[in-house]
Design a protein around this ligand. Structure first.
Ligand code: FES
Length: 193
């Protein structure tokens, strides 16, 4: 079944057997699914994938996608098709904090490239890579809708705006001190259901 997701990747049946939502996560997932009519649970796929990504280390492994398919009673390939389409889903392991620096017009004109270079140098990584301590992955993103506060970056549910090198230093230090995985579901997710 897993090979339907990643034909060329090994599918680890042992890992798959270990994947299970926590009690809290399954409650959230069930609430999401209950929004849709019987038999239409596939409509819950996007929000459920966000919960899964937050729950299982910040990325969606083939085993996690297979699990999500079983929860929603759909085919694994249907999960992969959606997960691989949206840039918010990571199909490879990432750092605890994924830094997405906007590189579109307003941010670019206001120094996004310098911010990217600065982070690359500071973390000793290039765009797309993860720092050696596993804390940060650096990505670039298209307009994140905060053009009036350019340059900016997103990390999980948080926006960091009007960036300067000093602000970047403080942001990274803060995340490092917290040391926790940041996800798109961080901001009062349960209250939005
Ligand atoms: S151009 Fe960067 S947020 Fe819109």
């Amino acid at each position: 079944m897993g090979s339907q997701i990643h034909g060329t990747q090994d599918f680890d049946k042992t890992k798959r057997a270990e994947i299970k939502f926590s009690d809290e996560a399954i409650q959230i997932v069930q609430k999401i699914i209950s929004r849709y009519p019987e038999g239409k649970q596939k409509s819950a796929l996007l929000p459920v994938l966000h919960v899964a990504q937050a729950e299982f280390g910040g990325w969606l492994s083939p085993e996690t996608m297979d699990y999500v398919a079983s929860v929603l009673k759909i085919k694994p390939i249907e999960v992969f098709e959606v997960a691989s389409f949206y840039t918010m889903f990571n199909l490879k392991p990432v750092g605890k904090c994924v830094l997405e620096v906007c590189q579109t017009s307003s941010c670019w004109l206001n120094g996004a490239e310098d911010i990217v270079n600065y982070i690359e140098k500071k973390l000793d990584i290039r765009v797309g890579e993860t720092s050696k301590d596993g804390m940060f992955t650096l990505k670039v993103a298209e307009c994140l809708g905060s053009c009036g506060s350019a340059p900016m970056l997103q990390c999980g549910a948080s926006y960091h705006e009007n960036l300067t090198y000093e602000k970047v230093d403080a942001i990274l230090e803060n995340y490092k001190t917290e040391g926790k995985l940041r996800s798109y579901t961080d901001l009062d997710y349960k209250n939005t259901l």
